[in-house]
Structures are given as structure tokens and as C-alpha cells.
Design a binder for this molecule. Structure first.
Ligand code: NI
Length: 200
């Protein structure tokens, strides 16, 4: 009876697929959770941007060194300057060990933060501070990877005079570009240096 034989084959196939899916689900439930699943926030990721000297820079260029990463914009009236100054002071507290930490300032206002503008801005803070800009898409992608929020705000004067709302945390990443911790706005530089030292 060919019909019942076909039914048997179909039945066995369905059973095998169902058991396979069940097995996979059970394995998923019992395997060791990854760090992301354990609650370490999944922050950071790949990027390709342009630095303040016009050089293409990607996240992999900084492998082997820890990174302090801050997102902001050079026209920021207050917060960004305060935070970049704090980074500079924290690195100074670290002394020679601070040389092992790459310092990254990623603009969330690529429209106005050209590489020339960034070159002037980063020079106000630290000789090793790397200013990074890119296309609107590239900036959006890296901000998303770092869970950074930003939004164009009101224009105070003319159209070119707008403010940007943005997150203000400083991210501290390990030698593989993985998230270690973050420093909330107004963390004292000495405290930042103490925390960083523990990881170096
Ligand atoms: Ni700012």
C-alpha cells in the first residue's frame, strides 16, 4: 500500500524534525550563558571613521590597548569640554601607565565636526586624543553600537547654531575592544584613574 508507506515516511520525518528542535531548545536552555546574557551590557563594536588628521581609523587599529571612548561634539557649550578635560586629567593621574590607554572622541555632530574642526578641538585637551568623524550613517552605527543617544536640538541663533542632546558617559574598553565599565558624567578624574589602574 504505497499511500500508507508515504504517510509513514512523512510521519517519521516530522517526528525527527520535532525531536531535533526539542533537543536544540533544551541545549540552548542548559548551555553556559555568554557574558552578554549574564548581564554585562553589550556595548561597543566595529567602526570605520576618519580621524582629525584625515586618516581612516577602525576599531581594530586600537587592539592591544585599552580605550577611553567619549561621544560628543565640539560646539558643545559645556558638558563635552568638562568630560574631555576629565579624561585628560585621569590619564595624567595614571602617569606612564596612561600611555597604554587610547583616547577617542567620536563626534555625534559630523555635519559641523569636520576633521579640521576636530583637529583644533582635540588639541585643546590631550596630544593623544583622537578625534573621529564620519558619514551620518557611520556615526549613527557606532553610536548605536555603544548605546549612545543623540538628537539634534534647538537652534539658539541661526540654523548653524543648533545644540545636540546626547549621552555623556565615558566608556572604558579592554584590549580587545570589549566593554569593561563606564564613567557617568562628572566622575572625578582621580576616581576614574583608580578604576582604570585596576585593569591595566
Ligand atoms: Ni556635549
Amino acid at each position: 500500500m504505497p499511500n500508507s508507506r508515504i504517510l509513514l515516511v512523512v510521519g517519521v520525518t516530522v517526528l525527527v524534525v520535532v525531536l531535533g528542535l526539542l533537543g536544540q531548545t533544551l541545549w540552548e536552555l542548559h548551555r553556559t550563558p555568554t557574558s552578554a546574557e549574564r548581564g554585562t551590557p553589550l556595548i561597543g563594536g566595529a567602526f570605520t571613521l576618519t580621524d582629525h588628521t584625515g586618516r581612516a581609523r577602525s576599531d581594530t587599529d586600537f587592539r592591544g590597548r585599552h580605550m577611553l571612548v567619549y561621544f560628543g561634539y565640539s560646539f558643545c557649550p559645556d558638558v563635552c569640554g568638562t568630560e574631555l578635560l576629565a579624561i585628560t586629567q585621569a590619564v595624567e593621574h595614571l602617569g606612564p601607565a596612561g600611555d597604554k590607554v587610547a583616547l577617542l572622541f567620536i563626534t555625534i555632530d559630523p555635519e559641523r565636526d569636520t576633521k579640521e574642526r576636530l583637529a583644533e578641538y582635540v588639541a585643546e585637551f590631550h596630544p593623544r586624543l583622537v578625534g573621529l568623524t564620519g558619514t551620518a550613517e557611520a556615526i549613527r552605527a557606532v553610536a548605536k553600537a555603544y548605546r549612545v543617544f543623540y538628537k539634534r536640538g534647538d537652534a539658539a541663533g541661526g540654523d548653524a547654531d543648533y545644540l545636540m542632546d546626547h549621552s555623556t558617559a565615558i566608556y572604558f574598553m579592554d584590549r580587545e575592544g570589549k566593554f569593561l565599565t563606564h564613567f557617568p558624567f562628572q566622575t572625578p578624574p582621580e576616581k576614574m584613574a583608580q578604576t582604570i589602574k585596576r585593569y591595566l
